[in-house]
Design a protein around this ligand. Structure first.
Ligand code: TD3
Ligand code: ZN
Length: 313
């Protein structure tokens, strides 16, 4: 099945109470690992690029690869712009055949966020392109801190935002953060708030900053010359609970990076005579593939590819 609209993926996941994995890529190695893993698990999937990925590789390369390989796979997948920061990025993604975009004005006042999101929906909806927006800020929260009201999503605001913008998906800030250092203390996700947002909006919800930061990769990175002591992620149990409470898309980037880098560090240390990058990248890709499969199972999207039925001609 070729590229499909993010709308259909979000709708089906919302209807059937599971989440679809959204994995970031910057190069051929990650893209291939993600698509192969999803194909083998018969899972629908989002493949996504941030603006910095586009800056690194160029949109011609990243979108070009996707369009060149899309018919090799039978699973439905959407090409998504992750954390689009302005209208120019959105328009660029549309020109390059993206089927889903995120407009992220979460660091701006509520009114501005609402206005730009409405505008993006008015452009994308007629084209069948899904729109995701974010409310609240992606910062780890600490126990008992009053500032949580300032950082996390306000469920009543979420209801107003969804009604007025017509977005397809909303990313609620509930205490997760991007990267390999998510929490100062114990992981704390505000599940009550998540539940309320789902009850009030009924919309497809997206969990950002969801990586598990698995200890086996952190240990290998530290063992072979890296220094990421104290790295922490979201426990798998918490991700599972979030999916049960209404999360329909889960973003994972850091876990793939850690798997890749841990493998590279280990091989570089062990194979001192190797000068062929492929002998490093292939095992690293295989490790990324393993993580993608693990996450797909965690989100309950394994075997769900056939739920998506779209006309392809
Ligand atoms: O939107 N993303 C991916 C890009 C974040 C910048 O690297 C996420 O929410 C993924 O979060 P995580 O937990 O993998 O860092
Ligand atoms: Zn994110």
């Amino acid at each position: 099945m070729p590229l499909v609209s993010g709308k259909i993926l979000l709708e089906i996941a919302n209807e059937h109470n599971f989440a679809i994995g959204a994995f970031n890529f910057n190069n051929m190695e990650f893209l291939k690992a993600i698509l192969e893993a999803a194909e083998e698990e018969e899972a629908p999937v989002f493949i996504q690029t941030t603006e910095s990925a586009l800056k690194y590789a160029g949109i011609e390369y990243l979108a070009g690869m996707v369009h060149a390989v899309k018919d090799k796979y039978s699973i439905p997948f959407a090409l998504h712009l992750d954390h689009g920061k302005n209208l120019e990025s959105i328009l660029l993604a549309i020109r390059y055949g993206y089927t889903s975009v995120m407009i992220d004005y979460s660091d701006k006042p509520f009114g501005e966020n609402l206005k730009i999101t409405k505008e993006v929906v008015s452009i994308c909806a007629p084209l069948g392109i899904a729109v995701e927006a974010e409310l609240g800020k992606l910062e780890g929260i600490e126990d008992g801190v009053i500032s949580r009201e300032k950082v996390l999503i306000n469920p009543e605001e979420a209801k107003e935002f969804v009604d007025k913008t017509g977005v397809d998906a909303l990313a609620p800030a509930i205490g997760t953060a991007h990267g390999a250092f998510k929490f100062k203390g114990k992981p704390m996700l505000d599940f009550e708030r998540l539940k309320k947002v789902k009850e009030l909006t009924g919309i497809a919800l997206v969990l950002h900053g969801a990586s598990g930061v698995y200890s086996e990769y952190v240990e290998d990175i530290n063992k072979y010359g890296g220094e990421i002591t104290g790295a922490t992620g979201v426990p798998e149990e918490d991700v599972k609970k979030a999916v049960d409470l209404g999360i329909n898309k889960v973003n994972t980037d850091t876990d793939l990076r850690l798997a890749f880098i841990a493998t590279l560090r280990k091989l570089l240390a062990e194979e001192k005579k190797n000068v062929d990058p492929r002998k490093l990248f292939k095992p690293a890709m295989d490790e990324v593939k393993k993580v993608v499969k693990r996450r797909i199972k965690l989100y309950k999207s394994q075997g769900k590819a056939h739920f998506i039925k779209v006309r392809t001609n």
